[in-house]
Design a protein around this ligand. Structure first.
Ligand SMILES: [Ca+2]
Length: 449
């Protein structure tokens, strides 16, 4: 009987075992499902939340404030929170991209560009309304930088340690300029203030000054040739006072020291040039690496007093350019026909006379001739300081006219083989303007550039 009872229990238990087996299967499925959810969640964490402060592998310590699933109540809740945040982040990226596009056209107003950042503005862009532009490097602009303002909001460019350079550009201001003062005088467009330094105008030679095309009336420079301030009066260059007869400096050249004199606005050597190696008059002076000279009668000592005699080509060093340096020292040149005229007119000759050919003027030659050494007492007063000597000439292997005539080349030519010349004679106080064969040997006088 007991067995019957037991038999019933066994049947019941058998049924229970079957139920438990089913439950075990169900739980196994749930565990698998949960494993899949955890894997998916981790993948999403890794993919979307790394930047928000959540490390891979489920570590959430990088940024606890951005731990968007901190308060999640279940895996599903955590998943929803992550989805929401991921969308939020994606929207933020889109919005930032739009702002970047907008800001390409302009930077915000009233901001500051950091010194360490480069700001390059091309011709189609503008920077406006900045309080400060600070740069340790370069501000590059294809257009212009305008510092504008009125009243209390005036703008400025400040550089405390270096300099502001504009290359070869023009610096323009419609206001006045102060240097050495922060408050230039209201009546001065340019106010230079110093108790220790001077105003240094551009220093140019006569040649450089005369090369200025269409100078403005009032243009002012310091002329280093005659050592004076010059200004342009609208027609010609003027200087403050006559310096006639004063020296404009000595020049030592090839072993000889030459003196100078100011005549009008020019600086002339007061001696004939004596440079080069004497050759016999039976040889022509040639285009080679040597300056060759003739000395009257083949006597070197005569060259020491009267200077050498040179053929035109040698004297010009075969340049044939009017105003060429020729055999003159650096900073000097062979005077042109016009430059001879300028001296003659400074000594009183009219333009009309100066333009003539042959003996011209009145007593200009007398002012040029030395006070001794001229034949038959045909000396001059040398009031000009030019100190012309009667050095004669050489032609066709002969020397002639020593003590009675002096001849000088110009660097200008009437025709190809007819350079303009000047000559002075013992019997005349005029200055002869003529032209001569280039193979004749004449004296050379240099004019300072
Ligand atoms: Ca030569």
């Amino acid at each position: 009987m007991i067995f019957l009872i037991n038999t019933g229990n066994i049947s019941t238990n058998t049924t229970g075992i079957g139920t438990n087996a089913t439950n075990i299967t169900t739980n196994t499925n749930n565990i698998t499902s949960n494993d899949t959810d955890i894997t998916n969640l981790q993948t999403e964490l890794d993919a979307t939340q790394t930047g928000a402060g959540l490390g891979t592998g489920g570590s959430y310590t990088a940024n606890s404030s951005a731990n968007y699933i901190k308060t999640a109540t279940s895996l599903t809740d955590a998943d929803n929170k992550l989805d929401a945040q991921a969308k939020c982040n994606a929207d933020g990226v889109t919005a930032n991209t739009t702002n970047i596009g907008t800001n390409t056209g302009k930077f915000g107003t009233a901001g500051t560009v950091e010194a360490s950042k480069a700001v390059v503005v091309d011709a189609s862009r503008n920077i406006t309304n900045f309080n400060n532009i600070q740069a340790d490097g370069t501000i590059t602009s294809g257009n212009s930088i305008t510092i504008d303002g009125t009243g209390a909001t005036q703008g400025s460019i400040t550089e405390s340690h270096g300099k502001i350079s504009f290359g070869d550009e023009t610096l323009v201001t419609t206001g006045n300029v102060g240097i050495g003062t922060s408050s230039p005088d209201a009546t001065a467009i340019l106010d230079l203030s110093s108790s220790a330094k001077g105003f240094l105008p551009p220093r140019l030679t006569s040649k450089q000054i005369n090369a200025i095309v269409l100078p403005a009336e009032g243009l002012t420079v310091y002329n280093t040739t005659v050592r004076a301030i010059w200004w342009y009066n609208g027609t010609e260059w003027e200087m403050s006072k006559s310096k006639d007869g004063e020296s404009c400096g000595d020049v030592t050249y090839s072993g000889h020291t030459y003196h100078s004199v100011i005549i009008g606005k020019q600086c002339w050597m007061t001696e004939n040039l004596n440079v080069g190696t004497m050759i016999d008059v039976s040889y022509s002076q040639t285009m080679n690496s040597t300056i060759e000279k003739y000395c009257y009668s083949g006597v070197e000592l005569i060259c020491d007093v009267y200077g050498g005699l040179y053929q035109f080509g040698e004297m010009m060093q075969y340049s044939y350019t009017e105003g060429a340096q020729g055999i003159c020292p650096t900073g000097w040149h062979v005077p042109s026909d016009d430059e001879w005229k300028q001296m003659e007119m400074a000594l009183g000759m009219s333009q009309l006379s100066a333009d003539e050919t042959g003996p011209r003027g009145t007593d200009e030659g007398k002012k040029m001739k030395s006070t001794s050494g001229w034949y038959n007492n045909g000396n001059g007063t040398n009031s000009s300081g030019f100190n012309a000597l009667p050095g004669g000439l050489t032609y066709n292997e002969l020397f002639s006219n020593m003590a009675s005539e002096g001849y000088w080349w110009s660097s200008s030519r009437r025709l190809d083989w007819q350079p303009w010349t000047r000559s002075l004679s013992y019997f005349d106080n005029k200055v002869d303007r003529d032209y001569a064969n280039t193979l004749i040997g004449f004296s050379v006088r240099c004019l300072k550039n």
